[in-house]
Design a protein around this ligand. Structure first.
Ligand code: HEM
Length: 272
């Protein structure tokens, strides 16, 4: 009997990254599909009041034309930027069709900047705030998106592709902070419900998951970049294992978000 060959440290790291990317793409595209069906559907049918069939922070307010426009445009931009981000990470696309990588990159970075600015507007001007802790977290997330999207753009223009890759990966994870937040809340809910712990918007669990939704992905990325540079096998195998576990968590959180958050909101007459 031949034993399965253990992949080399470099190959294991690549495999871990690919498995995480596939899991994240499935979850992110489920989020994109929800945005398209829910916000796009209500927008196209003109039934804007129906947007409040699911809970929002402020949501649709009759008469507030500018605020409603910002809210709907922000959500739709969220869908576009999440979808565009996936393609930027495909090495084959970068190699074979660099023109598509460049144009999709401009779209991703441009919408990231606009999405972060409209999010800051919704939070600080329209007043869509959940509580002090989560406001600080989402504001930091928004400011970091502005910083890293700008740095990624600038390094690409300077043809400094080593820095460009690092900054663009950070921007990608930060832009997906809102998706990480949703799957994080689902995972926390699954873990804490059997203990009878309820999650509310101002409580420690929600605020903790808010910060974790961008701090943990950024930390894991830094560890991944270090493992890539390391010549030792242990950090590379350890990182591959961490990416495998993260992929399982991402899949579980995304499945729970589909079942308990996005599908119920798409059912006709969903309760607010
Ligand atoms: C660029 C990445 C972002 C994406 C992909 C994104 C996506 C979304 C989506 C899809 C919604 C609608 C959620 C729903 O109610 O179902 C939303 C709502 C919201 N976003 Fe963002 N967002 C991003 C960044 C931000 C930032 C940086 C902020 C604040 C600084 C922010 C603040 C808000 C607020 C306040 C709402 C709730 C509006 C309401 O319910 O009335 N977003 N976002």
């Amino acid at each position: 009997m031949t034993l399965p060959r253990i992949p080399s440290p470099g190959r294991a790291l690549q495999l871990g990254a690919s498995v995480w990317f596939i899991a994240a793409t499935l979850g992110q595209w489920a989020f994109v599909l929800f945005i398209l069906l829910f916000f796009g559907g209500h927008g196209l049918s003109g039934d804007l009041a129906g947007l409040n069939d699911k809970p929002h922070v402020t949501g649709y307010v009759p008469g507030d034309t500018f605020g409603n426009l910002q809210f709907i445009a922000h959500a739709l931009m969220g869908g576009v930027v999440t979808f565009a981000g996936t393609w930027q990470l495909l090495p084959a696309l970068r190699r074979r069709w660099p023109g598509i990588h460049r144009w999709n990159g401009r779209l991703f970075l441009g919408i990231s900047l606009l999405g972060a600015l409209s999010g800051l507007y919704l939070t600080w001007v329209r007043g869509s705030r959940l509580g002090v802790g989560s406001n600080v977290s989402i504001t930091a997330n928004g400011v970091l998106i502005l910083a890293f999207a700008t740095l990624a753009w600038r390094s690409a223009l300077r043809r400094d592709f080593v820095r460009h890759r690092r900054h663009a990966l950070r921007a990608f994870l930060l832009v997906n902070g809102v998706w990480f937040l949703r799957i994080g809340i689902m995972l926390a809910g699954l873990a804490l419900a059997p203990l009878g712990v309820e999650i509310n918007y101002t409580g420690m669990v929600f605020v903790g998951v808010s910060f974790a939704s961008w701090l943990i992905p950024l930390t894991v990325l830094e560890l991944y970049l270090r493992a890539e540079r390391s010549q030792r096998a242990v950090p590379r195998y350890a990182m591959a294992g961490l990416l495998g576990v993260s992929a399982l968590l991402v899949l579980a959180g995304s499945a729970a978000a589909v079942a308990f958050m996005w599908l119920p909101a798409l059912r006709p007459g969903a309760a607010p």
